[in-house]
Design a protein around this ligand. Structure first.
Ligand code: SF4
Length: 732
C-alpha cells in the first residue's frame, strides 16, 4: 500500500526568519486593542494551546507579540494562564513553521514536495476532493480535526454534502464523559465540567491529572477549594501532582476503578450513608443498583484493587459526611480500558447517591451564552448532519463529531474513505489507533490534504500541504459553545498579520468552496460574519474586540428545596439504572470486569502530560521546551522494578511492548517510589520522527508508537489504550 511515501519537507519551503512581508504588514488593519505597558498595545483573544480556550492578552510592540498574559476579562482565565498559554509566542515565531503551500510530485520514481502558489494548491485540492465525492459519493470523504478553526471546513464540506468528521480527542477524552452525563442526567457535560469545585469540601479524583493536565479554571477552583479547607482524595497508581495535595493518596491497581466505585457505593448504601430523600424523590433504579453492588464488600474490592478495606470505608464515610458539598470528579483523558462510558456512569451514580446535584460544592449545570445563529442566506444550504458511527451511544447532537475518529482511520484502511482532510491533527502521534494504523490509513487514501502550522509528521504523508497561520494571526468563529457559571461568548482576533505566505483557515475553506463554484456560503469577510452574529444579541464586533469577551452575570446554580428536576432522561429523573443502556443491550448499571494483566517482566504503560506541553500543539515550542522539565520525557520505574532489571536512574533504555514493537528512540529512566510495581509511566507527545521539527526531533520516546492494542468502548466508540505493556531493552 505504499503509494505515498513519507516526504521530509525541504527546508527551503519552511520559515527561516520572523520577517513579515511589507505587503502583509501594510494590509493588516489592526485588531481591537488597548494601550498596554511601555507604549505597547494589548489584543484580547483566546488561547489555542488546549481545548480550555482561556482568554489571553497578547502584548504587541513594533509589530511583534512580545508576551502573552491571562485576560482579566475572560471568566476562564481570570487574569491567569497555565505555562503553555503564556508560551504562544514560541509557536508564532517558530523558525520551523510551514511558509508556503506544497504539492507532492513524483519524478523518476522519487517523491518530493515543490512550492506552489495558493491558487494552484487550492485548485488541486478542490478538484481532487470534488472528484472523489462525484465518483464514490460523499461518504468517501472525511475530515479529522483538532482546533477551533475547523468550523469553516465543516461549512465547506457541508456545501457538497460531506459530513463525516471526527476530533480524535473526543474519543480519547471528553466523549464518554459527555455521553455518561446525558444517560444519567439528560444533558451533556462540557468544558469546564459541571463541578462546583471552589465551594466543595471534599473532592475525589480517579486518575485525572489536574496540575499536570493544566485546565486553568479547574486548577484555580481546586486551589480555592483547598484554601477554603477542602480535602482531596486521589485514586491513582502514580503519585501525581494532585496526589501531592491529597489527604489520601490511594495507589489503586490499574484497570480496577469500577470495582472501587462499586465498593464505595456498597458502603454508602449498606451503612445508610446515602441521601435517602434525594434518591427516593429524584432517581430511578436504586434496587437494580443495590443488586449489582451488594456483593462488592470492601474486603472483596480490596482484593481486586489493592486498597485496604478500611481505607475504602474511610473514604466513603468522609465523602458522605461532607456531602452535599462533596463530589467524585468525572476526569479528563481517562478513557483507558474500553469501558469509559460505564466508568463515568459509576462516578455520576456516586454523586447522585449523596444528593449533591445542583448543591453548593457538588455537581452543577452551567449555562451557555444564548448566542443566536443567523439563518443561512446563500443558495446552497448546509446539508443535514448525519451520524455515521456504528456505536449506538455515539451522540447525534454533538457538533464536532459525526463518527468516532478510529472509524475514519479504519475506513481509510479498508478503502471506504478515499479522501482525507486533516486539520491540525498530527495523526501519526495521535492515540486514535496507534502510529502504524494512522500511517497505513494515510498511505491507503487516494488523496490527503493537511492544513497545519508546522511540518509535523502528518504533513509528510499529504499530497497537498496548506500552511495555516497561527491563532495569534487570525479570526476564528466565536467561542460560545460552552457553559460556565458566568456564561460568555469570546472572540479570537489577530494580534499580528499572518507571517510568510500562510493564511487563516476561514480564507482557505472559502477559497476551496468558491473553486467548486459555490458562492455565498461564507460571509463577504470573516469580520462581517462575526459582526452579524453579535448584532443579533445587541452587541457588535467593535464592542467585543475591546475586551475579547462578553460575559453574563453569574447564574443561579443551586436547586431550591422541593424543586422538581425535570431532567431530559426517559424517566425525567437521575437514572441510576439507565433505561436507554438496557434497551440497547448494555448493562443498565456499571459492573466491574477484569482486564488483561501484564505478561511476566512487562509493566502496564500509563501516560499523562507535563504542565508545559499539550502534545502536538507545543511539541516544537522552544520557549516551553527549554524549561528543564520539558526537554524530553522519562519513563517512571518503581525502584524495586529498577533493581530487578538492573536499571540506574538517568540511564537510557528502549521500551519494547507486548507485540514486540520497540521504541525508535531511547528514553531516560526515572527511578522512583512514586509509582506501583506493576506499571510504568511516560508523558505522551515526545519521540518525534520529523527532522523538520528541529526542536522536537528525537527528544524522548513516542508513547504512541508503543500502542499496538486498543479496546473500543462498545457503547459509544471511545478508544482505550492502557492495555499495552512494556519491558526494557538496555542500551548496548
Ligand atoms: Fe491555554 Fe493553558 Fe488555558 Fe489550555 S489551560 S487554553 S493551554 S492557558
Amino acid at each position: 500500500f505504499s503509494r505515498r511515501d513519507f516526504i521530509k519537507i525541504s527546508s527551503i519551503f519552511l520559515a527561516g526568519s520572523t520577517a513579515l512581508s511589507a505587503g502583509a504588514a501594510q494590509a493588516f488593519s489592526g485588531a481591537g486593542s488597548s494601550v498596554g505597558d511601555e507604549g505597547s498595545k494589548v489584543v484580547y483573544s483566546f488561547c489555542e494551546h488546549c481545548f480550555w480556550r482561556c482568554g489571553i492578552a497578547a502584548h504587541v510592540r513594533d509589530g511583534k507579540v512580545y508576551k502573552i498574559t491571562g485576560s482579566d476579562h475572560h471568566p476562564l482565565s481570570q487574569g491567569k494562564l497555565c505555562p503553555r498559554g503564556t508560551g504562544g509566542t514560541g509557536l508564532l515565531y517558530d523558525p520551523d513553521r510551514l511558509a508556503y503551500p506544497l504539492i507532492r510530485e513524483t519524478k523518476g520514481g522519487k517523491q518530493f514536495y515543490r512550492k506552489a502558489s495558493w491558487d494552484e494548491a487550492i485548485t488541486l485540492v478542490a478538484e481532487k476532493l470534488y472528484g472523489i465525492k462525484e465518483q464514490y459519493g460523499p461518504g468517501a470523504l472525511a475530515m479529522l480535526h483538532h482546533g477551533y478553526g475547523v468550523s469553516f471546513f465543516k461549512n465547506m464540506f457541508s456545501q457538497i454534502g460531506v459530513n463525516k468528521y471526527a476530533k480524535p480527542s473526543y474519543d480519547l477524552c471528553c466523549g464518554p464523559a459527555r455521553q455518561a452525563t446525558v444517560l444519567t442526567y439528560g444533558y451533556p457535560s462540557d468544558t469546564p465540567e459541571g463541578f462546583d469545585m471552589k465551594n466543595s469540601k471534599y473532592m475525589v479524583f480517579f486518575g485525572t491529572h489536574f496540575g499536570e493536565n493544566m485546565h486553568n479554571t479547574a486548577v484555580q477552583e481546586i486551589s480555592e477549594g483547598i484554601r477554603n479547607g477542602a480535602k482531596i482524595v486521589v485514586f491513582d497508581p502514580r503519585f501525581s501532582t494532585l496526589a501531592g495535595k491529597a489527604q489520601h493518596w490511594l495507589p489503586i491497581k490499574p484497570a480496577t476503578d469500577i470495582a472501587m466505585m462499586q465498593g464505595l457505593m456498597h458502603v454508602l448504601i449498606s451503612e445508610n450513608l446515602y441521601d435517602k430523600a434525594f434518591v427516593e424523590a429524584h432517581t430511578v433504579g436504586f434496587g437494580e443498583l443495590w443488586d449489582s453492588v451488594k456483593d462488592m464488600t470492601p474486603e472483596k474490592v480490596s482484593a481486586i484493587t489493592d486498597i485496604p478495606a478500611d481505607a475504602i470505608r474511610t473514604v466513603a464515610r468522609e465523602y458522605a459526611f461532607h456531602a452535599p458539598a462533596a463530589f467524585v470528579h468525572s476526569g479528563r483523558r481517562t478513557n483507558w480500558y474500553g469501558d469509559a462510558l460505564q466508568r463515568i456512569r459509576a462516578i455520576h451514580i456516586l454523586n447522585a447517591l449523596v444528593g449533591n446535584f445542583k448543591m453548593p460544592g457538588g455537581v452543577v449545570a452551567f449555562q451557555k451564552f444564548p448566542l443566536v445563529q443567523p439563518p443561512p442566506t446563500h443558495e446552497h444550504p448546509a446539508y443535514e448532519k448525519e451520524v455515521h458511527s456504528k456505536y449506538p451511544f455515539f451522540p447525534d447532537d454533538e457538533p464536532s463529531n459525526t463518527i468516532a475518529s478510529h472509524e475514519i482511520v479504519q475506513q481509510a484502511i479498508s478503502g471506504e474513505v478515499k479522501g482525507l482532510l486533516i486539520y491540525g491533527v498530527n495523526l501519526p502521534e495521535t492515540m486514535t489507533l496507534g502510529r502504524d494504523k494512522a500511517i497505513e490509513a494515510m498511505k491507503k487514501a487516494e488523496f490527503v490534504v493537511a492544513v497545519d502550522v508546522l511540518p509535523s509528521e502528518v504533513t509528510g504523508y499529504a499530497d497537498v500541504v496548506l500552511p495555516e497561520c497561527t491563532y495569534l494571526e487570525r479570526y476564528d468563529d466565536l467561542d460560545n459553545g460552552r457553559a460556565f457559571r458566568t456564561p460568555f461568548v469570546a472572540l479570537r482576533q489577530p494580534a499580528v498579520p499572518p507571517m510568510y505566505d500562510s493564511k487563516p483557515g476561514n480564507q482557505i475553506a472559502k477559497m476551496i468552496t468558491e473553486k467548486w463554484g459555490i458562492h455565498g456560503a461564507f460571509p463577504p469577510s470573516v469580520e462581517k460574519g462575526l459582526d452579524k452574529k453579535l448584532k443579533l444579541v445587541g452587541s457588535s464586533l467593535a464592542e467585543i474586540k475591546k475586551k475579547g469577551v462578553l460575559v453574563m452575570p453569574e447564574t443561579d446554580l443551586y436547586r431550591k428545596p422541593g424543586e422538581p428536576l425535570n431532567l431530559k432522561t426517559p424517566s425525567g429523573k437521575v437514572e441510576l439504572a439507565s433505561a436507554r443502556l438496557k434497551a440497547g443491550g448494555f448493562d443498565a448499571v456499571p459492573k466491574y470486569t477484569a482486564h488483561p494483566e501484564p505478561p511476566t517482566g512487562f509493566y502496564r504503560m500509563l501516560t499523562g502530560r507535563k504542565p508545559m506541553l499539550t502534545f502536538g500543539r507545543t511539541a516544537n515550542n522552544r520557549f516551553l521546551g527549554d524549561l528543564a522539565t520539558a526537554k524530553e520525557n522519562e519513563v517512571w520505574v518503581n525502584n524495586r522494578i529498577a533493581e530487578k532489571h538492573s536499571l540506574e536512574n538517568g540511564e537510557y533504555v528502549h521500551l519494547k511492548n507486548q507485540d514486540g514493537v520497540v521504541s525508535e528512540f531511547p528514553v531516560k529512566v526515572k527511578v522512583t517510589q512514586r509509582i506501583r510495581t506493576d506499571a510504568v509511566y511516560m508523558v505522551h507527545g515526545f519521540g518525534h520522527t520529523s527532522a523538520k521539527l528541529t526542536w522536537a526531533h528525537k527528544r524522548g520516546a513516542s508513547h504512541n508508537q508503543l500502542i499496538s492494542r486498543t479496546e473500543i468502548d462498545p457503547a459509544m466508540g471511545a478508544v482505550g489504550f492502557q492495555n499495552n505493556f512494556v519491558t526494557f531493552i538496555k542500551e548496548a
